[in-house]
Write a protein that binds this ligand. Structure first.
Ligand SMILES: Cc1cc2nc3c(=O)[nH]c(=O)nc-3n(C[C@H](O)[C@H](O)[C@H](O)COP(=O)(O)O)c2cc1C
Length: 177
């Protein structure tokens, strides 16, 4: 099963991106998680720019989503919602229909106690409007307030490791036959 991982952060030391790297180590057997690193190459979306051929990064993103069996998105919370760069990514995918019926795990991570729950809500809402198949059992809000990532980028808390492993197993189970 091929899973495309998308981070909503541009920061080189992003907690959300580190979590997706961590997910690659926690994936169940048979699941391969690959991170797409083109977020910063996407132009600002505007409908009149959504023409053929699309900008190269847009074409690549759409192709990667289409080829994937499932998508895993991990979003930070900025001002109680998902970052504009992630919303921009979602806007570029709408017209292609690449996300329709695609099993999708929505994750959020934040140093706050709520774990980015409001950003998570906005992400899930938008994905559902786009007709993505959001897998609730595979979705997570992760607080990194008490125990975050160690210097190697691994989660310190075994309970959180277990929550992510369960989420990834649920995503595997949601694969379209
Ligand atoms: C402009 C700005 C707004 C933020 N707003 C929130 C917020 O509403 N809720 C929250 O939990 N964290 C908020 N944060 C903190 C981010 O969650 C934190 O910086 C996080 O590490 C960003 O994700 P990243 O590490 O993946 O880049 C905000 C940070 C910035 C820079």
């Amino acid at each position: 099963m091929r899973v495309l991982a998308l981070s909503g952060s541009l920061r080189p030391q992003s907690l959300n991106t580190l979590l997706l790297h961590e997910a690659t180590h926690l994936a169940p057997e048979g699941m391969e998680i690959r991170l797409w690193e083109g977020l910063d190459d996407l132009p600002h979306f505007s409908p009149e720019r959504d023409v053929e051929p699309p900008p190269p990064a847009v074409a690549e993103l759409r192709a990667k989503i289409s080829e994937a069996d499932a998508v895993l998105v991990c979003t930070p919370e900025y001002i109680h919602t998902m970052p504009a760069v992630l919303k921009n990514l979602l806007e570029w995918v709408v017209s292609s229909g690449a996300w329709v019926d695609k099993p999708t795990a929505a994750w959020s991570a934040s140093p706050s106690l709520e774990g980015g729950a409001r950003a998570h809500g906005s992400l899930v809402h938008t994905l559902e409007v786009m007709s993505a198949r959001v897998v609730t059992e595979a979705s997570r809000c992760l607080t990194l307030a008490h125990s975050g990532l160690d210097e190697a980028g691994h989660l310190k808390d075994p309970v959180q490791v277990g929550r992510l492993q369960t989420a990834l197993a649920a995503l595997a189970a949601a694969q379209t036959p």
